[in-house]
Design a protein around this ligand. Structure first.
Ligand SMILES: Cc1cc2nc3c(=O)[nH]c(=O)nc-3n(C[C@H](O)[C@H](O)[C@H](O)COP(=O)(O)OP(=O)(O)OC[C@H]3O[C@@H](n4cnc5c(N)ncnc54)[C@H](O)[C@@H]3O)c2cc1C
Length: 426
């Protein structure tokens, strides 16, 4: 990236999360001088509250492998497919619809409480400078004065709001779900291969659940399952305000399953929390932000990961996006050689990623926040009879651009159903 006599290019990253650490470590391997500033120490993260369910599909895992960042791959349970269920509307507790289909390659979820401390150590091992500080505008100015490129990868931190929403790319203006996470052990398995089991309860919300690797005590790990609840605001799954203790949070989780998804309750009834911090509730406002921030000094900062684009977790794409973004920025930085990281380059780098990839993820994710149109109901129903269609829908999670031809209009959906049915009829 530089000739032998030149000093390495210097890059500062704010935020030690999925995007910042991955990109920072990858750039260190290429000889860049990387400073990473974050507001939580490894100990804070390990002993803190869970932040996500962080399920990553194979294309994201491949980027981690390519960067030598797959440290927990052998320990973490594999999830082989996607299961999809809708309960019967008559309240009988039966499934009106169920299918499951294999992913082309498994996905995994490593608790960020394990991953981020581990990656911070890896960042330092590769020669990066790691600092602990709550970064504000003055902090950004200091970083911009001393580095050729400053990336803001502050996730959900207040600071990312400095980038400002791009309203034209952010059609959903408020949180559409009340979210909750419950990390548990002791869940029984279904009699089919391991899946992200996604349940859609019309008018109430969604529940999905899958295995993960989480923390155990001060430095050990254990396998668990992560329950993810997505309640329609004001509906019966928007019920976390009264859960004041971790035990009450688990009780609310199990009550929801008992009421709406008895087949999930049946295998979860004896579950225990992994730890008192294995719970979370909150809301996310989907946003695409302006990728470039101009500081009072005129220096520039570029958004990365959730700071640049954040979606509701309903499709489990945020960590995947952060990973793909890190990969995309990595190649763009390398391709830039010794030319300046100016505003035009920043905008082009983000627009290229957004237009050719992440806009499709956002469009599909946002579509699931509203009652499904008839053609989507037809697609999901037909998948029960048509394994190739079930497989096509399941594998779209790997790369949501694959939904573009068939998810968004009745004609495309009809064709997808016909195509999937054709070999069966032949
Ligand atoms: C309930 C829930 C479930 C989810 N489930 C999934 C899922 O299954 N699959 C999936 O792909 N995605 C999921 N996501 C989304 C995923 O967690 C995020 O998209 C991903 O972590 C974003 O990575 P990031 O690097 O941009 O930000 P983060 O990983 O959030 O990292 C941000 C970093 O910035 C630091 N920081 C913040 N402010 C400052 C500051 N002022 N100064 C210094 N440091 C700062 C933070 O401490 C942190 O280290 C979920 C999210 C939620 C809320």
């Amino acid at each position: 990236m530089t000739s032998q006599n030149q000093a390495p290019r210097s890059i500062a990253i704010v935020g030690a999360g999925q995007a910042g650490l991955l990109l920072g470590c990858a750039l260190l391997d290429q000889g860049y001088a990387v400073t990473l500033v974050t507001n939580r120490t490894p100990e804070d993260v390990w002993h803190g509250r869970v932040m996500s369910s962080q399920f990553i599909f194979d294309p994201g895992l491949q980027i981690e492998r390519d960067f030598g960042m797959n440290q927990w791959e052998a320990q973490c349970p594999n999830t082989e497919g996607i299961g999809f269920s809708i309960p019967a509307p008559d309240g009988s507790g039966k499934q009106a619809l169920h299918w499951h289909a294999r992913l082309r390659a498994p996905g995994q979820a490593v608790d960020q409480r394990i991953k981020m401390p581990g990656w911070m150590a890896e960042f330092q091992r590769r020669g990066g400078e790691l600092r602990f500080e709550e970064v504000d505008i003055a902090g950004l100015e200091r970083l911009a004065a001393g580095h050729e490129l400053v990336l803001l990868a502050g996730g959900k931190g207040e600071i990312v709001n400095l980038l400002g929403r791009d309203e034209s790319r952010s059609p959903v203006k408020q949180p559409m779900r009340q979210l909750a996470l419950t990390y548990v052990k002791g869940m029984r398995r279904f009699d089919y291969f391991e899946c992200v089991n996604f349940n859609l309860i019309p008018g109430v919300g969604e529940y999905f659940v899958f295995p993960s690797l989480t923390t155990k005590g001060d430095n050990d790990t254990q396998v668990c399952d992560i329950m993810v609840f997505e309640g329609v605001p004001g509906g019966p799954m928007d019920c976390w305000q009264d859960a004041k203790t971790p035990e009450q949070h688990l009780e609310v989780s199990l009550n929801i399953l008992k009421t709406f998804l008895p087949w999930e309750h049946e295998r979860s009834r004896d579950c225990e929390l992994t730890d008192a911090n294995g719970i979370l509730s909150g809301r996310v406002t989907p946003a695409v932000r302006n990728p470039v921030l101009t500081l009072p000094s005129g220096k520039l900062v570029m958004g990365l990961g959730d700071a640049a684009i954040v979606n509701d977790p309903i499709t489990g794409q945020g960590s995947n996006n952060a990973t793909k973004s890190a990969g995309h920025y990595y190649h763009a930085i390398l391709a830039r050689g010794n030319q300046p990281f100016d505003a035009a380059w920043m905008r082009h780098t983000f627009d290229d990623l957004y237009d050719n990839n992440l806009s499709a993820v956002a469009r599909w994710t946002n579509s699931l926040l509203f009652p499904p149109p008839e053609h989507v109901v037809n697609l999901l129903g037909a998948a029960q009879q048509l394994p190739t269609l079930a497989s096509r829908i399941a594998n779209g999670f790997n790369d949501p651009r694959d939904y573009l031809p068939f998810w968004f209009d009745a004609e495309g959906a009809g064709k997808a159903i016909e195509q999937a049915a054709a070999p069966m009829a032949a």
